[in-house]
Ligand binder design. Structure first.
Ligand code: 13P
Length: 254
């Protein structure tokens, strides 16, 4: 089954409004006419609204980098799914390893966020991945399996099929310049797809897209995308410059 490649740029805590607008204007121009690849950008919260205005009429999607599960209320510092929808997000990244590592997110809190996102019609880029210690300890598959089971708990198959993108991001490859080899990544992607088949169905497993994330560059994207179970990338550092991000999106033309 043909899965449309999906390349998303996670800008993390980078870009003022002015810088974000510069980047997105250049991206719009450079990526015009790209139809065979789905593209999204995830600016910081402060830049979402202006970027959404700039993206009107383009095919680039907008993603939040996180959300809190309540609709509104006394939750200082948090952003609700309703707010993300209102400013024009179609996607939200949930469970990024930086959220899990530095901000105390757990499989359970990630699951609550996933449910809230779907309830309000936001598609989810759901992040999972093992740490270096876990890889070296030989528990990569069981970690990824637990994150999948707990993070997606309580969702039905149609929701998972239409609203979820899984991003496999080995923590040891994030921001380190140490990309997983295409074979290392494929091994885990294949495992994730088999697990999705067991949890839901063959149909869900075949149509759901699984992105790879962790030091993706214009130089390594082609080899990664050549793997049968790698359907796209969640790009950090290389998404901050128009040149590198657009080359990643145009991986087929390299
Ligand atoms: P880098 O591409 O900078 O390694 O970041 C990956 C990532 O965390 C994307 O969400």
């Amino acid at each position: 089954m043909e899965r449309r490649p999906f390349i998303a740029g996670n800008w993390k805590m980078n870009k003022t409004v002015g810088e974000a607008l510069d980047l997105v204007r250049s991206l719009k121009a450079t990526l015009q006419g790209v139809e065979d690849v789905e593209v999204a950008v995830a600016p910081p919260f402060t830049a979402l609204y202006p970027v959404a205005q700039e993206l009107k009429g383009s095919s680039i999607f907008l993603a939040g980098q996180n959300l809190f599960w309540e609709e509104k209320g006394a939750f200082t510092g948090e952003i609700s799914p309703v707010m993300l929808k209102e400013v024009g997000c179609q996607y939200v990244i949930i469970g990024h390893s930086e959220r899990r590592q530095y901000f105390g997110e757990t499989d359970e809190s990630v699951n609550r966020r996933v449910h809230a996102a779907l309830h309000y019609g936001l598609k989810v880029i759901f992040c999972i991945g093992e740490t270096l210690q876990e890889r070296e300890g030989g528990v990569t598959f069981s970690v990824v399996e637990r994150q999948l089971e707990k993070g997606l708990a309580g969702l039905d198959a149609p929701k998972v099929e239409t609203m979820i993108v899984v991003a496999y991001e080995p923590v040891w490859a994030i921001g380190t310049g140490k990309t997983a080899t295409p074979e290392q990544a494929e091994e885990v992607h294949q495992f994730i797809r088999r697990k999705l088949e067991k949890l839901y169905s063959k149909g869900v497993a075949n149509s759901l897209r699984i992105q790879y994330g962790g030091s993706v560059t214009p130089e390594n994207i082609y080899g990664l995308m050549a793997q049968p179970d790698i359907d796209g990338a969640l790009v950090g550092g290389a998404s901050l410059k128009v040149e590198s991000f657009s080359r990643i999106v145009r991986f087929r033309e390299i």
